[in-house]
Design a protein around this ligand. Structure first.
Ligand SMILES: C[S@@+](CC[C@H](N)C(=O)[O-])C[C@H]1O[C@@H](n2cnc3c(N)ncnc32)[C@H](O)[C@@H]1O
Length: 280
């Protein structure tokens, strides 16, 4: 499926290999010591899907507490927004949506992921919940760069209430032009509703060049794409300022590493964005 935009052609095929990066975080989050709700059930359901191959994720023998700490940091920032409407873009095999919906029936949680990824996520939740998917959890298949797919997914929201947008591990795989496209979609949503974008995707390159090289090799091997982190915080802030957004960085209380920070990105409805070009 493809969708033609004025300035950019969006083809799902160009992004599909990014879905292979779902295996690693889900595998590590499922370990019992992290106690993440439904993480073990999600891993068990996903690994029994047809076509699943653990070999794709590379070496999983090393402990990687990064993924559980990242999940917890994002949870606590999302909670601190006070929002009850959530859009999680590229949710992958995360169990945050299921957890929020089971705890709070007044919440509305929308996940937007590529069609194949969304289909298997739906099947996994169906299996975990014995066929009873919470009625406030919506799993949409679509491309977050496409304004049409984005609008379909966000049609569940009450216009009068703010939205918390979540991205945990997507923008690093996108080119600068693709990052702009997705940010523009988020900007339009937040301009309508108000709210906050909670993400770990505005991290800069890590200071240790060997570690940065390891991350870049992993991404290239798995996805065929170049890892495209921001050079530093100033570059990330300048990028966001063009969309009328400002960000606060937060570190994980559990795990101190320069790779593990998340941003709490505010959008001021009064801000005059310098990047208002409508590229729908
Ligand atoms: C690193 S994984 C996300 C991991 C997940 N957030 C987690 O913490 O486990 C990347 C996800 O991005 C999704 N993705 C890649 N390109 C996308 C796009 N253009 N629109 C929506 N989802 C996309 C992939 O299908 C995959 O599920």
């Amino acid at each position: 499926m493809s969708c033609i935009l004025t300035m950019m052609i969006i083809k799902n095929e160009d992004f599909e290999k990014i879905a292979l990066t779902n295996i690693r975080p889900a595998f590590h989050r499922a370990k019992p010591e992290y106690n993440i709700p439904y993480a073990k059930e999600m891993w068990d359901a996903m690994k029994s899907m047809p076509g699943f191959s653990i070999a794709e994720a590379g070496d999983l023998t090393k402990a990687e507490p990064y993924y559980a700490a990242r999940h917890n940091l994002m949870d606590s920032l999302a909670k601190s927004t006070g929002a009850v409407q959530f859009l999680e873009i590229a949710a992958g095999w995360s169990t945050r949506g299921l957890t929020v919906c089971k705890r709070n029936e007044d919440a509305v949680y929308v996940e937007l992921d590529l069609p194949d990824a969304a289909k298997s996520k739906y099947q996994a939740i169906w299996r975990i919940e014995n066929g009873e998917i919470p009625s406030n959890l919506f799993i949409h298949g679509g491309n977050a760069l496409s304004y049409e797919d984005f609008s379909n997914a966000t049609s569940h929201f009450d216009l009068m209430k703010p939205v918390c947008v979540i991205t945990e591990g997507l923008l690093g795989y996108l080119s600068m032009e693709e990052k702009e496209q997705i940010t523009r979609n988020i900007q339009l949503l937040l301009a309508e509703h108000g709210g906050t974008w909670v993400t770990n995707d505005f991290k800069s390159k890590v200071k240790d060049p060997n570690e940065q090289a390891r991350i870049e090799n992993y991404t290239r091997k798995l996805t065929g794409r170049a890892q495209q982190d921001f050079e530093n915080d100033d570059q990330a802030r300048r990028f966001l300022a063009r969309f009328g957004m400002n960000c606060e960085f937060h570190s994980s209380p559990e795990l101190q590493t320069d790779r593990l920070r998340a941003a709490y990105i505010g959008f001021s409805k009064d801000a005059r964005s310098t990047d208002q070009t409508d590229r729908r």
